[in-house]
Write a protein that binds this ligand. Structure first.
Ligand code: SF4
Length: 287
């Protein structure tokens, strides 16, 4: 295991005391350290939101993108250098609202990216509006009489869209979350890890107490994460008991593996300029 200090950034988090984002930051560092992926071999891409400040707080390659667009940026980075461990860290509004379209395409393309969703079921940075995962009837400043929309079920959506690794973690079970992130990074393909992350300032429903009373680990049951239909059914379970762990995993070629040009090595290390003879042929053909 590498020294955790390697990932220490000089920047101090500005999150509220008790925010679940601290746990996600600690878990991401520990997972990379355990996998012995040094900072220069990792890239974290984020969107906009409280949790999307994470790349500033961790010493790895970082790209703080725009709202909802972290996945396409990360996909491009992975195609440019597929030897990097690429992670996306973004909130539920970012990943399932404005970025929902990108989520569907990541699921079917299967880029080798680990997507951590800081799912606090509310918009925290903009002071407490309901988000795509807020439940029907959830009262916020923008829904004073309760939301009138069903919440998105991200795990069911991802399984239906063809994701090859679908999991849920909880910041109140930190070692378990470290394990999930490590398995997501090791998985060859797109790994969605929805992380239950209490927003202690604006969400007074989905609190640490709420989750502590309900979560249980799938691996402590006889659940088989290789059965897609069973995974879909399990993803619908959200009541007195809330499962965490790997819901679904399958092996299939990654997005990068389907590009013959990448078999010769990362694009960033290839000389892409055509040889002068080829260039003259292209000129004669097209110019
Ligand atoms: Fe965390 Fe909520 Fe504070 Fe944002 S507003 S830093 S999500 S506790």
């Amino acid at each position: 295991m590498l020294d955790l200090k390697l990932y220490q950034s000089p920047e101090r988090p500005t999150w509220c005391p008790g925010c679940g984002d601290y746990g996600i930051l600690a878990a991401a560092k520990k997972a990379l350290a355990e996998l012995e992926i040094p900072p220069h071999r990792a890239l974290i891409v984020s969107g906009i939101g409280c949790g999307s400040k994470l790349p500033h707080y961790m010493k790895v390659n970082g790209f703080h993108g725009i709202h909802g667009r972290a996945l396409p940026i990360a996909t491009g980075a992975k195609l440019a250098n597929h030897e990097l461990a690429v992670l996306v860290v973004a909130g539920d509004g970012d990943s399932y609202g404005i970025g929902g379209n990108h989520l569907l395409h990541a699921c079917r393309r299967n880029p080798d990216i680990t997507h951590l969703v800081e799912d606090n079921r509310i918009y925290g940075l903009t002071k407490g509006q309901y988000s795509p995962t807020s439940e029907l009837g959830f009262i916020t400043v923008t829904s004073p009489e309760g939301t009138v929309e069903l919440g998105v079920n991200p795990l069911a959506v991802a399984i239906a869209a063809g994701a090859s690794f679908v999991a849920r973690g909880y910041v109140g079970k930190l070692e378990h979350l470290v394990g999930l992130i490590a398995q997501g990074v090791q998985h060859k393909g797109y790994a969605l890890i929805d992380v239950l992350q209490p927003c202690v300032t604006f969400n007074r429903v989905n609190t640490y107490d709420f989750y502590n009373e309900r979560v249980y680990k799938l691996e402590e049951t006889d659940y088989d994460p290789h059965d897609r239909l069973a995974a879909f059914q399990k993803a619908l379970e959200w009541d007195e008991r809330i499962p965490i762990g790997i819901f679904y995993q399958e092996e299939r070629p990654t997005h990068e593996e389907r590009f013959p040009v990448l078999r010769e090595g990362p694009l960033v290390e290839q000389i892409l300029k055509p040889a002068s003879e080829e260039f003259e042929q292209l000129k004669a053909e097209f110019v």
